[in-house]
Design a protein around this ligand. Structure first.
Ligand code: ZN
Length: 229
């Protein structure tokens, strides 16, 4: 990790960070607590994620833009997940450090949002791009219909998987890693499974096991402290 920059993934201890779920008002308090715990001078820039391919550059704090990827040289960035992949990127651009936070679920991986985000960084002079993939539902838990597995595995064979109970599944982490390594990116993994690990939020676990619905976050941020010049 480059000195002066932080990469982190939250868990249920930080509370749900989504303002659009029921009990979303608490999310604003959770976001403020996160910022203050990390001692940051600015709020995290979150986005309204829609399983698309849009990657936006943001340099000043504003309303939550609708996108699945954010690129910045100045703002702390956040991506919310609860089974999808939270993906954080860091690179040295032409005249500044570039960061990105990307939301990549099945649709995002299929649409190529990760190579697309890397391309955005390279357009701004980044040669070496480093990526952290955080906790997500694993290839032994992410059950999908046979046709859905076939559709993604046709283009990305690494996506092909089977659940621990023997039904068709997708391994999005392996698919994303293959996409990124294929274009020369260094990939680091935080390999917890959201469905199996109760200290993480999982959309499927909330539906199937009655665990609380919520979103945890991947965070990438400049570590300037409150009050620092
Ligand atoms: Zn799992």
């Amino acid at each position: 990790m480059r000195p002066g920059w932080g990469v982190a993934f939250t868990d249920t201890g930080a509370g749900s960070l989504s303002v659009s779920l029921p009990a979303g008002s608490a999310a604003l308090q959770h976001r403020a607590a996160l910022r203050s715990t990390l001692g940051l001078a600015q709020d995290f820039q979150f986005m309204t994620q829609v399983h698309g391919r849009e990657v936006l550059t943001v340099e000043s704090q504003g309303e939550q833009p609708t996108a699945d990827g954010l690129v910045s040289t100045t703002l702390p960035l956040a991506v919310m997940v609860a089974d999808c992949l939270p993906v954080l990127m860091l690179a040295e651009g032409d005249d500044s450090i570039l960061t990105a936070a990307v939301h990549a679920g099945r649709q995002g991986v299929a649409k190529g949002i990760l190579p697309h985000a890397v391309e955005r960084l390279r357009q701004r002079g980044a040669e070496r791009v480093e990526v952290w993939i955080g906790p997500s539902i694993c290839g032994a838990c992410y059950e999908v219909p046979e046709e859905m597995r076939a559709e993604l595995a046709t283009t990305i064979p690494e996506a092909f998987s089977e659940t621990s109970w023997g039904t068709p599944a997708l391994n999005l982490r392996a698919a994303a890693t293959a996409q990124l390594r294929g274009i020369g990116v260094t990939v680091h993994q935080v390999e917890a499974c959201t469905l199996e690990e109760p200290t993480l939020y999982s959309h499927r676990a909330s539906q199937q096991q009655g665990r609380p619905e919520g979103r945890f976050a991947g965070l990438i941020f400049p570590m300037q402290k409150v009050g620092a010049a």
